[in-house]
Ligand binder design. Structure first.
Ligand code: ATP
Ligand code: FE
Length: 341
């Protein structure tokens, strides 16, 4: 069936039409990054107002690009959480209202379940179990995908998200917001072993992650060295990137080992990082794992991943209860085969 997927969890207004959870017919995104840039982060009040302005045009664009009318849809999916409550409400209520108006099922989707569902858009034939790393500005989570539509959390960050680590340290280095892409660029010309930064929790038998120690160490030892010229910006960036990438690769490989999954994937904005992509390719190859790295447009927030997730949820458990509300702190249930710390 044809599903419209809507996401307004953070600062992007996104809608897309997807066929059978695996084939993208259209995908429209209105980005707000320029609006929030001067503030060095997303301003919730501004974000929700922007979503209100953008939501109907973005939905219209998704339908037009797919060449369909609202009545051609077989259902509507929208993110119910986690995210900013004022942002979530806009897309969620628009989706609910549209479904009601065209008399089709509505299904609420978890944002991380959405990110993980990009694996079926990147690899339509995929049906095996997979472990997916979702690493973005707001989330860093390892999900076990038993089968399409079945998600369990294996672990996640205990403090900052990976993208936050890039952004916070990058900001201290004067790289603007978001700093991730600049760190990536500078790293290409830096030495990753210039400074040894902590790899949080790596010595512990866990699938959780922690980036707060890295942030503290970077600001205490790395920044002064950059300021008085003992360390180049390139070397600082490369050392930071290496520390973050090391931890992400380590946990994804651990997760594959624990679950026995032969398919691994990485998505979220941080999955655009070139160092991470290279390191993942190497690690997957060494272990003969099948690695899925969705294209960048599928890694950042988009409506297609929500439509894909909605499709499998509809198949699995049918439409959402009409009483379903947004949940800013929604969580994917913990897996049984998970971390033990
Ligand atoms: P979410 O609600 O999913 O957390 P978000 O808007 O915070 O959404 P994304 O848009 O998926 O996240 O990703 C943005 C994050 O990705 C930022 O923290 C940014 O610095 C980081 N990022 C983007 N490109 C790169 C890159 N090449 N290297 C490292 N980090 C990157
Ligand atoms: Fe996201």
């Amino acid at each position: 069936g044809l599903l419209l997927g809507i996401d307004t969890s953070c600062d992007d207004t996104a809608a897309a039409v997807v066929k059978d959870g695996r084939e993208i017919l259209s995908s429209a995104v209105a980005s707000q990054v320029e609006v929030h840039r001067p503030f060095g982060g997303v301003v919730p009040e501004i974000a929700s107002r922007r979503h209100l302005v953008a939501i109907l045009p973005v939905i219209r664009r998704a339908l037009d690009e797919a060449g369909i009318a609202p009545q051609d849809l077989d259902g509507v999916a929208a993110t119910y959480g986690p995210g900013l409550v004022g942002s979530l409400l806009v897309g969620f209520m628009a989706g609910k209202a549209l479904a009601l108006a065209i008399d089709r099922p509505f299904v609420g989707v978890d944002h991380l379940e959405g990110h993980a569902s990009s694996i079926w858009l990147a690899r339509p034939a995929l049906d095996q179990p997979a472990v997916v790393l979702v690493a973005s500005g707001g989330h860093t989570e390892l999900l076990y995908v038993r089968r399409p539509g079945r998600f369990e959390s294996l672990g996640g960050t205990r403090d900052d998200a990976a993208g936050e680590a890039f952004d916070k340290v990058g900001r201290l280095l004067g790289l603007g917001y978001p700093a991730g892409p600049a760190v990536d660029r500078l790293s290409e010309r830096g030495r990753p072993d210039a400074v040894r930064l902590p790899r949080g929790l790596s010595e512990v038998d866990t699938l959780d992650l922690s980036f707060s120690g890295l942030k503290t160490a970077a600001s205490r030892y790395m920044l002064p060295a950059v300021r008085d010229g003992r360390l180049s910006l390139e070397d600082a960036a490369a050392s930071l990137q290496e520390a973050i990438v090391d931890v992400l690769v380590d946990r994804l490989m651990r997760a594959a080992e624990r679950t026995g999954a032969r398919v691994v994937a990485a998505t979220g904005g941080v999955a655009a990082n070139r160092g991470l992509r290279r390191a993942l390719s190497r690690a997957a190859q060494e272990r003969a794992l099948d690695l899925i790295l969705p294209e960048p447009a599928l890694c950042t927030d988009n409506g297609a991943m929500i439509a894909a997730a909605g499709h499998f949820r509809l198949l699995d458990e049918g439409p959402s209860d009409t009483a379903l509300a947004v949940d800013p702190s929604a969580r994917i249930p913990q897996a049984n085969i998970g971390a033990d710390t």
